[in-house]
Design a protein around this ligand. Structure first.
Ligand code: GLP
Length: 241
């Protein structure tokens, strides 16, 4: 696991965007695994800026997102579908983009279909990840066992609380989600994990303490041969957090 510590959120966003410039230069038809959450917002803004200035082109690339709430209407302002359209897909030129379908009537069938589509695309070249406060990646919550395939999961209290800030009181917050499993994530040729903010310092400290913590899903990334972690000083705990 390669660790890069930068001064702040903006530097992390710019460095992460440079990884995409390089990736698409090397392989214009890359299959990109994308993530949601507040951490990649700066990266997506930077990718939009680079696209507008002609520095990056997604026209041959396709993307698969890690996860989506379930059930949720795609048009719901807090669906990950809406998030991706608002922050990236409506502003750049991906050949094709796919998220797990939060409207699917049969979630199990949707999971099988999603994995088959990732496989048909040749698997993921570069998988972007954020990390939850409890160490989850995608919506793979801490557990005694981790499914390989895309699956329907029940969100933990910690995740529901962390994400409740996005739903107002009149809205019922989905308590389940469809998430890529460890199979698609681990088969990605390379993985880029971005971690920012002091509230992530406790979990990122555990990520780098030289031990695989089975109750911290991100800890399993230590076993992947090509993971780059770009983090800011706050998340690294360097500021005493
Ligand atoms: C969500 C997403 C994750 C994301 C995590 C952290 O639960 N499913 O993919 O990494 O939250 O989000 P944030 O970047 O807002 O801290």
């Amino acid at each position: 696991m390669k660790k890069i510590i930068l001064n702040n959120y903006d530097e992390v966003s710019r460095a992460a965007a440079d990884v995409y410039v390089q990736q698409l230069r090397n392989k214009p038809d890359s299959v990109l695994g994308l993530a949601t959450g507040s951490t990649p917002l700066g990266l997506y803004a930077e990718l939009v800026r680079k696209y507008q200035s002609g520095e990056i082109d997604f026209s041959k690339a396709c993307s698969f997102n890690l996860d989506e709430y379930y059930p949720i209407r795609k048009s719901h302002p807090q669906s990950y579908d809406s998030f991706m359209h608002a922050n990236l897909f409506s502003k750049v030129n991906f050949a094709q983009s796919r998220l797990p379908n939060g409207e699917a009537e049969d979630p199990q069938a949707e999971c099988i279909k999603y994995d088959a589509e990732i496989e048909a695309a040749g698997g993921i070249d570069l998988q972007l990840l954020g990390i939850g406060l409890n160490g989850h990646i995608g919506f793979n919550e801490p557990s005694a066992s981790y499914p390989m395939s895309t699956n329907l999961v029940k969100l933990t209290e910690s995740t529901l609380k962390a994400n409740s800030r996005f739903f107002d009181a009149s809205d019922s917050q989905p308590t389940q989600a469809l998430t890529m499993g460890f199979g698609a994530i681990f088969h990605a040729k390379s993985i880029l994990l971005i971690i920012t903010g002091a509230n992530k310092a406790p979990v990122s400290r555990k990520l780098f303490d030289g031990v695989i913590h089975t109750d911290i899903p991100a800890s399993l990334l230590l076993l992947h041969p090509d993971v780059t972690v770009i983090m800011d000083r706050e998340a690294s705990g360097a500021n005493g957090a």
